[in-house]
Design a protein around this ligand. Structure first.
Ligand SMILES: [Zn+2]
Ligand SMILES: [Zn+2]
Length: 445
């Protein structure tokens, strides 16, 4: 960036050079001799020493300057704060230090009227983005502005941080923003092609991972920009073939993260990560078919089930999900304590996707006992001696085993690919004392 090199006197030049290089001793000595230097700025860009320390990740000098109570929100010529520069350059320790010093996260530069959150998203520094969001949750910004409004803050041309991250191919930032309430279908004012959604911009950028993330968070493939184009057309125009295949409105719909469900919004990090992974895996299964079709229309779209058989033989009997008999139980329903795998949990939740026309959501119930789901947590690996901790788990491993063999004798094909199917459309006519009859809960209004 060349910060601090356009200074008036060699005296100042010396200071800014030392800051840039992280030469703490020299900086301290210079400030000792002439405390007024603390308030100097570079001649043209008007960078303060704090700006230069932040942009260059010189955490020791930055801390020392903040200890001398320099203004953490000093502005340079373009009204950029040190926090913006640290976020732009991915200097996470400086970002954190500035946030601790209560740097204002709601400052707008004069270039594009962007905030530090825009900078972190645009340059793809997920750690800085996360740090700023965490600060926003606990600061007065959340009170005065509202956290959701901050996450969706717009720059001078109507771009939210999600728009910028999508355009710049930053899937990690896209993921964090979506998880924090970024609006997946917001359209820009003048940024990019007017009226672009994050999906349009990801199609323009050509990042398959960004497109995956946006689709899994409910991005609309048929939303049009101001000139009437859907994201599919944008991807085609820019020769992003694989992206276009996923964006083609006639290709299979992806599973969508069930955001509106209360217990989904209250998931702890660990359970959330498990379910998100299941979501991405399920969607990848679909993608294989779509992308294969796009690459070569001749190959058969069916995927091999060979790997699934291997998984079954490796899985311990007692931990196997008794819905799909394929995956391990990793998620526990509370309060009843029933367990199932992440894929089945997700399929259950996605099946009860809210109906946009009624905006009324019937939350799914536990498929085993039909009680309401208060929470989903990560299932603890079961200890066989410890029988009293899990009242819901009434079936012994012996019972499960017999059911499993019964399942195979009936023909296991009806369970194959359940996770990839999403809704339990393939459950087959199976009755079990433990699992509520299929029709009963699939058809539940
Ligand atoms: Zn399962
Ligand atoms: Zn239950």
């Amino acid at each position: 960036m060349g910060q601090g090199l356009s200074c008036a006197s060699s005296h100042e030049h010396g200071l800014f050079r030392a800051v840039q290089l992280g030469d703490l001793k020299t900086v301290e000595a210079m400030l000792e001799r002439d405390p007024a230097l603390l308030h100097e700025a570079t001649l043209y860009d008007r960078h303060s020493a704090l700006h230069i320390a932040a942009a260059n990740g010189q955490i020791e000098i930055l801390s020392m300057l903040l200890d001398r109570s320099v203004n953490p929100d000093a502005l340079n010529r373009q009204k950029q704060t040190p926090l913006m520069l640290a976020a732009m350059h991915g200097k996470i320790s400086c970002v954190k230090k500035l946030l601790e010093a209560e740097a204002n996260i709601l400052m707008f530069d004069s270039v594009h009227r962007r905030t530090c959150l825009h900078y972190a998203a645009y340059y793809g520094h997920a750690d800085c983005l996360q740090a700023i969001l965490s600060a926003a949750q606990s600061s007065t910004v959340a009170v005065s502005w509202g956290y959701a409004r901050f996450v969706n803050i717009r720059d001078g041309r109507g771009a939210t941080p999600l728009h910028l991250a999508s355009r710049q191919r930053r899937p990690a930032c896209v993921h964090i923003l979506l998880g924090n309430g970024a609006l997946v279908c917001a359209s820009t004012g003048g940024y990019g092609c007017p009226g672009s959604t994050p999906l349009h911009l990801a199609a323009r950028g050509g990042s398959l991972d960004c497109i995956r993330g946006l689709l899994a968070w409910g991005a609309d493939r048929v939303q049009r920009d101001a000139s009437g184009r859907i994201p599919y057309v944008v991807a085609l125009k820019h020769n992003h073939g694989a992206c276009a295949a996923l964006l083609n409105p006639s290709s299979a719909e992806p599973l969508v993260w069930p955001t509106p469900l209360k217990f989904i919004s209250e998931l702890n990090q660990e359970a959330k990560a498990l379910l998100e992974q299941a979501l991405m895996e399920a969607n990848r299964e679909r993608e294989k078919t779509i992308l294969k079709g796009a690459a070569c229309a001749l190959t058969s779209p069916s995927h091999s089930d060979a790997g699934v058989e291997d998984n079954i033989s490796e899985a311990s009997d007692t931990e196997l999900c008794s819905i799909c008999f394929e995956q391990l139980c990793t998620i526990e329903v509370q309060d009843c304590g029933h367990q199932m795998c992440a894929h089945c949990t997700l399929a259950l939740c996605c099946h009860n996707k809210p109906n946009p026309t009624t905006a009324c959501l019937t939350p799914p119930v536990c498929p085993f006992c039909r009680s309401n789901i208060a929470r989903l947590v990560v299932a603890k690996m079961k200890n066989h001696d410890d029988s009293d901790c899990n009242i819901g788990d009434i079936s012994s491993s012996k019972l499960r085993k017999s059911r499993r063999s019964q399942n195979y004798s009936e023909g296991s094909s009806s369970f194959k690919g359940l996770s990839a199917m999403g809704p339990f459309g393939k459950m087959g006519g199976r009755s079990s004392g433990r699992i509520a009859a299929e029709n009963e809960w699939v058809d539940k209004p």
